[in-house]
Design a protein around this ligand. Structure first.
Ligand SMILES: Cc1cc2nc3c(=O)[nH]c(=O)nc-3n(C[C@H](O)[C@H](O)[C@H](O)COP(=O)(O)OP(=O)(O)OC[C@H]3O[C@@H](n4cnc5c(N)ncnc54)[C@H](O)[C@@H]3O)c2cc1C
Length: 465
C-alpha cells in the first residue's frame, strides 16, 4: 500500500508530495487534468508574497512579519485565523531556498507588475515553470504521478482516510493530502452561491473563470457532506475585473484590466459607481470583480484617454479605440447622452494637482458622488479607449477547517491521517479580501506542512501495524 496519496496537481499538492517523499514516504499524486493541462491555477501564477527583515536576492528593503500580518488583517477585515496566518507568513521567509532546491528560480518583478518589488518574489518563467520544475523534481525523486485521475469520492472510517475512488477503482493509502483546489470552476455551484439578485439576475451566469476548468469542488462537496468542519463564505472569492472577451476558463493573467485608477469606470447605464482612485491599484484590483458583479448585467467599462497609455500593463486584447468620446460611447454600445453627461460631470469636478501615479497624489474630484480621490484628471486627450470588463473569478474561499498541522477536522477533532492544503483550506487565513501573492504563500506553507504530517502519519500507521 502506498504511504501518502496526494490528490491534486497544483502548487499545494506538489509541495506536499515533495515533502512527504523527502521524509521517506512512498507517494502517489493524482491529478485530474491531462498532462498538458497539469498544475491547476498554480500554472497561471507569477509570484509569492514573502516576509523578510532585510534585502534578499530579488526582494528589496524589508517586509517584516508584523507588516505582512497587518496587511492581511486589513484586507480580511479581521476574518482570519492569526495563528495559521502567522505560520504561513513565517514560512515565507525561508521557503525559497527549498523551492530553489527543487528547481524554482526567481527574478525581479517585470515592469508593469503590481509595484510589489519589496513584498513579492517572482518566479522565473511564471507559475508554469514552477509547476514544471516541481513535477520534474517529484519524478526524479520517485513520486508516482497519474494524470487524467479525477477522484470522485473518498472512503472514510470515521475521521480517518481509508481510500480514494475514481469510478470503480479503489486506491487505498496510509495517509492522504487533499489539495484539489476550490470550486471556482463549477459554474452551477457558483450560481447557487451567488443566488439571484434584486433585478432577478443570476450574477454568476456572467462570470468568467481566470484559471483551470478542473477545480470543480468535487472533494470539497464530498467532505462537507461527510461532516468535515468547514470555514468561509461560499460567495467569497478572489475576483477581479477582466476583459469581457476573455475565454470562459484559463484566460490567465493577461486578460486582467489594470487601467481603472487612470480613468473612470461606468456601468451599462453609463454611470460611475465607485471611487476608481481609492488606493494603490495592488491594494484595490481585487475589489473590482465583485463591484462589477453588483452592476446590472455584471458588466462595466473602463475608460481612459491617451494620457494613460504606457502607465499600465497592456492586456492581451487592445481596447476599443475612438477619436472622440461620443464615438467611443457608440462603439461600446453605451447611451451616448448619458455617457457624455457622466464624462463631462467628472471632467468638471477634477481638481488637478501634481499627478503622480506612484503616490496617493492630490488629483481628486470635488462635489462628485462617488468621488475619485486620487489620480483624477479630465478625460480629454484623444484617442480614447474603453474596455468592457466582467467579473473574473480567481479562486473561492470556502474550505475545510484545519489546525497548525493542516489536519482536516470533524466535529472539532483533527483527523489522524487526512490533511488538506492550498485553496481547499485558504479560507482559514483569507475570510475575505486578498493581498497579491498570498495564495502561493498559503499553499506553499500548508502544502509542505501537510506533506510532512502525512508522511509522519503513514510511518506511525506502518509501525503500528
Ligand atoms: C490567473 C491567476 C493568477 C494568479 N496569480 C497568483 C500569483 O501571482 N500569486 C499567488 O499567490 N496566487 C495567484 N493566484 C492564485 C493561485 O493560483 C492559488 O492560490 C494557488 O495556485 C492554489 O494552489 P492549489 O494547489 O491549492 O490549487 P491549484 O493550483 O488550482 O491546483 C488544484 C489541482 O487539483 C486538481 N484537481 C481538482 N479536483 C480534483 C480531483 N477531484 N481529483 C484530482 N485532482 C483534482 C486540479 O486539476 C489542479 O491540478 C492566481 C490564480 C489565477 C487563476
Amino acid at each position: 500500500m502506498i504511504d501518502v496519496l496526494v490528490i491534486g496537481g497544483g502548487n499545494a499538492a506538489l509541495c506536499a508530495a515533495l515533502m512527504a517523499r523527502e521524509a521517506g514516504a512512498s507517494v502517489l499524486l493524482l491529478e485530474a487534468a491531462p498532462r498538458e493541462w497539469r498544475g491547476g491555477n498554480s500554472q497561471h501564477t507569477r509570484n509569492l508574497r514573502c516576509m523578510h527583515d532585510g534585502p534578499q536576492d530579488v526582494l528589496v528593503d524589508a517586509y517584516p512579519e508584523e507588516e505582512f500580518w497587518q496587511d492581511l488583517l486589513k484586507v480580511t477585515g479581521g476574518i482570519t485565523d492569526e495563528k495559521l496566518a502567522r505560520i504561513a507568513i513565517r514560512a515565507s521567509a525561508t521557503c525559497r531556498d527549498w523551492m530553489r532546491k527543487h528547481g524554482v528560480n526567481f527574478q525581479p518583478p517585470l515592469s508593469g507588475a503590481l509595484h510589489v518589488a519589496r513584498t513579492n518574489a517572482f518566479f522565473m518563467g511564471g507559475g508554469k515553470a514552477l509547476v514544471n520544475a516541481y513535477y520534474r523534481s517529484a519524478e526524479s525523486m520517485g513520486v508516482q504521478i497519474r494524470y487524467n485521475a479525477p477522484v470522485d469520492s473518498l472512503e472514510l472510517d470515521g475521521d480517518r482516510f481509508v481510500a480514494a475512488r475514481i469510478g470503480d477503482e479503489r486506491i487505498p493509502a496510509r495517509a492522504c493530502v487533499l489539495a484539489a483546489g476550490g470550486f471556482e470552476s463549477n459554474l452551477q455551484w457558483l450560481r447557487e452561491a451567488w443566488g439571484q439578485n434584486e433585478r432577478g439576475e443570476w450574477p454568476a451566469d456572467n462570470f468568467l473563470i481566470r484559471g483551470t476548468r478542473f477545480n470543480q469542488g468535487v472533494l470539497l462537496r464530498f467532505m462537507m457532506d461527510a461532516g468535515a468542519d468547514v470555514v468561509g463564505d461560499p460567495s467569497q472569492s478572489h475576483c477581479v475585473a477582466i476583459d469581457a472577451r476573455a475565454p470562459l476558463y484559463d484566460g490567465g493573467i493577461c486578460t486582467r484590466i489594470d487601467c481603472v485608477s487612470l480613468g473612470i469606470v461606468v456601468n451599462r447605464d453609463a454611470e460611475r459607481f465607485y471611487d476608481e482612485g481609492e488606493d494603490f491599484w495592488p491594494k484595490r484590483y481585487a475589489i473590482w470583480g465583485r463591484l462589477t458583479a453588483m452592476q446590472p448585467g455584471q458588466i462595466a467599462y473602463s475608460i481612459i484617454d491617451a494620457k494613460a497609455i504606457g502607465r499600465f500593463m497592456p492586456p492581451v486584447f487592445p481596447g476599443i479605440k475612438a477619436d472622440t468620446l461620443p464615438e467611443l460611447a457608440r462603439k461600446l454600445e453605451l447611451d451616448e447622452q448619458r455617457f457624455m453627461h457622466t464624462v463631462n460631470t467628472f471632467n468638471a469636478a477634477c481638481r488637478v494637482g501634481t499627478f503622480d501615479h506612484t503616490t496617493l497624489d492630490d488629483c481628486r474630484t470635488e462635489g462628485l458622488t462617488p468621488p475619485k480621490t486620487h489620480w483624477a484628471r479630465p478625460i480629454d486627450k484623444p484617442p480614447f479607449y474603453g474596455y468592457a470588463v466582467r467579473p473574473g473569478i480567481t479562486f473561492t474561499y470556502l474550505g475545510l477547517k484545519v489546525n497548525e498541522h493542516a489536519a482536516v477536522h470533524f466535529g472539532g477533532k483533527p483527523s489522524g491521517n487526512l490533511f488538506v492544503a492550498g485553496e481547499m483550506m485558504a479560507g482559514n487565513v483569507l475570510g475575505k479580501g486578498y493581498t497579491a501573492g498570498v495564495g502561493m504563500t498559503i499553499g506553499t506553507a500548508f502544502g509542505r506542512i501537510a506533506g510532512t504530517q502525512a508522511a509522519l502519519a503513514a510511518r506511525r500507521q506502518r509501525e503500528g501495524a
